[in-house]
Design a protein around this ligand. Structure first.
Ligand SMILES: C[S@@+](CC[C@H](N)C(=O)[O-])C[C@H]1O[C@@H](n2cnc3c(N)ncnc32)[C@H](O)[C@@H]1O
Ligand SMILES: Nc1nc2[nH]cc(C(=O)O)c2c(=O)[nH]1
Ligand code: SF4
Ligand SMILES: [Mg+2]
Length: 215
């Protein structure tokens, strides 16, 4: 029962509807995608092998009720569902950030699954598994990371196709690629179209800068 871990740290949740909350991050190593603008290339390589109990002990040191499992791509590792269960079973609130290419049903639906839909300029659009949209529950969150008008129109089209059964209207995030698309431009597009989506800015980058690690 071991996982390949890139880093474990305590920080301010910079993304999702939990933005602003203190959170323990478990960043797993390895990713099957290579998004053009990825800010976490350091997680592609193998990290440190840790057992579930070692991870829980390290995470537990912070005494924090919220944990996020991210990566890299966390759903590539066989033991990730068991890690999520272990945190759920001790009563923690668990978030999982995933790239949308893997079946989210692998993890317990008590976990809040934050699912990216990759837009064209990521170069990874062909990897989207759209079946995930019907696997999502009301607790889960959807995210489009947007670098251009083309990406925005792609995301807008997808949102208009959604029925909102499995997705809360306030948990559809439109997030600009940091340093590439001006948040003001994205805000104006959303307002012009009267889109019921959330403008999502990566809070930690405004606090610590775009290249800081472990925050
Ligand atoms: C590093 S990924 C790890 C989880 C998973 N691999 C994924 O892509 O969702 C975490 C989140 O950061 C977003 N992200 C990565 N680079 C970014 C950038 N330069 N600007 C904005 N968001 C970015 C990803 O789209 C994803 O939503
Ligand atoms: N502070 C902070 N919040 C985050 N939320 C999701 C992150 C991620 O890389 O998945 C992230 C991250 O890297 N840092
Ligand atoms: S899927 Fe996530 S970790 Fe992998 S390259 Fe894309 S943004 Fe980076
Ligand atoms: Mg990050």
């Amino acid at each position: 029962m071991a996982l390949d871990v890139c880093e474990i740290f305590y920080g301010i949740q910079g993304e999702s509807t939990y933005q602003g909350m203190p959170c323990v991050f478990i960043r797993l190593s390895g990713c099957n995608l290579r998004c053009r603008w990825c800010d976490t290339g350091y997680a592609y390589d193998a990290g440190l092998t840790m057992s579930i109990s070692e991870i829980m002990e390290k995470a537990g040191q912070f005494g924090c009720p919220i944990v996020e499992v991210t990566g890299g791509e966390p759903l590539l590792q066989k033991e990730t569902p068991a890690l999520v269960d272990a945190f759920l079973n001790i009563g923690l609130l668990v978030l999982l950030e995933t790239n949308g290419s893997q079946d989210i049903a692998k993890v317990d639906s008590r976990c809040i699954r934050i699912v990216d839909v990759k837009c064209p300029s990521s170069g990874m659009e062909e990897h989207n598994d759209y079946s995930n949209l019907s696997r999502m529950t009301e607790k889960d969150e959807l995210k489009f990371v947007i670098a251009s008008r083309e990406d925005y129109e792609f995301a807008r089209k997808r949102v208009r196709l959604l029925d909102f059964d499995g997705c809360r209207m306030n948990a559809i995030h439109f997030s600009p690629v940091f340093g590439e698309l001006d948040p003001k431009t994205l805000a104006e597009w959303i307002l012009q179209d009267r889109l019921e989506v959330r403008l999502h800015l990566q809070m930690h980058k405004f606090i610590w800068g775009k290249d800081a690690r472990g925050v």
